[in-house]
Design a protein around this ligand. Structure first.
Ligand code: AMP
Length: 417
């Protein structure tokens, strides 16, 4: 089935064509007809499956049709998401799919001046995409009216619970009409999420995408056994061998992100870093530079492993393995989005082998091991070390990094005991 066969507005079809969307992904195929029929949906799906368009397409269509007979500029749909970045990303998708349809979308989130958001609300919008905290504030100030909402969407509900938004969500629900259509999306499911979901949806259709293998089939992922001290040389090699590729590198801490960036800088590789020490503006501009391909390597901590859609990431490198197994799925899910193919490689040191085991248990599958001959490892190390510039600054930085690694190893050892 193609989008051209769907009973959706021709303007929307044209926009989908512009986006290069020809056939629906699994989740779109399953969700769109039900949403168009007015059914509630409870979907377990990771990002990368095309879930944003799975709700954007039918919701825009339904609102567009309603607008033909009604002039109401009340808010008809609210989409709750856990982070600013995700709110912006979803808004971009809505704006593209709703291009030239008169369906207006507004993105609102905290941490920035609320006056422009209030002004935009007064002008009238159909769809609001928001983080819970700011919605809570605006509703209580009377700037945001939710009493005409027909559609409530919760995206990444599990992440919202992780971030402690449950009270804000429950508070907001009280302002919504009981008669509405609710779409609930979560990457994972447990008892708390089930409870929240069933308090919101009514007779939902249930959709679960790839429950057995949480890593998308578009992603080829593998692990290479590389010791901590050698990781930077291998990263240098991955980057040098894929100069034209966009590479997203995940590290364990923000300090390590900066250190790895410095190590790359010393060998002439420009990188960007993204972690919780960066301001909101820095994070936006970093993301933009990476999206535009101005800088091809982004080194990040897990803060943006979830939800963020950076188009065309060719490689994900797990420079450090994630401590939480589910973050492995979120990280490698940054590549192989939609219908594209992607690759992910994890660097696993001796002390990370336990973490690797936990990840494999979580995936119900072993991860393919790239067999690197000892001789090849030694050659890479030898060549890389030859290139290093013996400079005081550089040496002390590395000494510090090694010291930190030693401490980490000792901490791990103690934890295991
Ligand atoms: P999402 O899971 O919503 O974050 O979407 C992941 C990626 O898939 C995004 O880059 C979308 O642009 C892309 N995508 C979504 N639906 C389709 C489709 N039907 N055909 C091709 N690409 C798609």
């Amino acid at each position: 089935m193609k989008f051209s066969d769907y009973r959706i507005n021709e303007d929307i079809k044209r926009n989908l064509e512009q986006l290069g969307f020809k056939k629906p992904t699994d989740i779109q195929y399953k969700a769109i007809p039900s949403i168009l029929k007015g059914e509630d949906v409870l979907a377990i799906a990771q990002t990368g499956t095309g879930k944003t368009a799975a709700f954007a397409i039918p919701i825009i269509h339904l609102i567009y049709e309603q607008k033909k007979s009604s002039r109401s500029d009340a808010i008809k749909c609210i989409i709750m998401v856990p982070t600013h970045e995700l709110a912006i990303q979803i808004t971009e998708v809505f704006e593209k799919i709703a291009y030239k349809t008169r369906v207006k979308t507004l993105c609102i989130y905290g941490g920035v001046d609320q006056a422009p958001q209030i002004e935009a609300l007064y002008k009238g919008v159909d769809i609001v995409i928001a983080t819970p905290g700011r919605v809570f504030d605006l509703v209580h100030q009377g700037a945001l009216a939710l009493n005409k909402i027909n559609y409530l969407i919760l995206d990444e509900a599990d992440h919202m619970l992780d971030l402690g938004f449950i009270k804000d969500i429950q508070d907001m629900i009280r302002f919504l009409p009981a008669k509405r259509q609710t779409l609930f999306f979560s990457a994972t499911i447990n008892e708390t999420i089930k409870k929240l979901a069933y308090s919101l949806v009514h007779n939902p259709i249930r959709i679960q995408i790839s429950p057995k293998d949480p890593v998308s089939k578009n992603v080829q992922h593998a692990v290479a056994f590389i010791e901590m001290d050698a990781k930077r040389y291998f990263l240098e090699r991955v980057i040098s061998e894929h100069k034209e590729s966009k590479i997203l590198v995940f590290v364990r801490t923000k300090v390590r992100a900066e250190r790895v960036a410095k190590a790359m800088e010393r060998v002439g590789i420009q990188t960007l870093t993204m972690h919780s020490d960066k301001s909101q503006e820095e994070r936006f501009s970093t993301l933009k530079e990476f999206k535009d391909g101005k800088v091809k390597v982004l080194i990040a901590t897990d803060i943006n492993a979830r939800g963020i859609d950076i188009p065309n990431v060719d490689y994900v490198v797990n420079y450090d393995l994630p401590e939480k197994s589910e973050n492995y799925v979120h990280r490698v899910g940054r590549t192989g989005r939609g219908v594209q193919k992607g690759q992910a490689i994890s660097f696993c040191s001796s002390e990370e082998k336990e973490i690797l085991k936990e990840i494999e248990t979580f995936l119900h599958n072993p991860i393919h091991v790239i067999d690197m001959e000892q001789a090849e490892q030694e050659e890479i190390l030898f060549l890389a070390k030859e290139k290093e510039i013996p400079e005081g600054d550089w040496r002390s930085l590395m000494a510090k990094a090694e010291e930190e690694e030693q401490l980490y190893k000792e901490k791990k050892k103690k934890k295991r005991k």
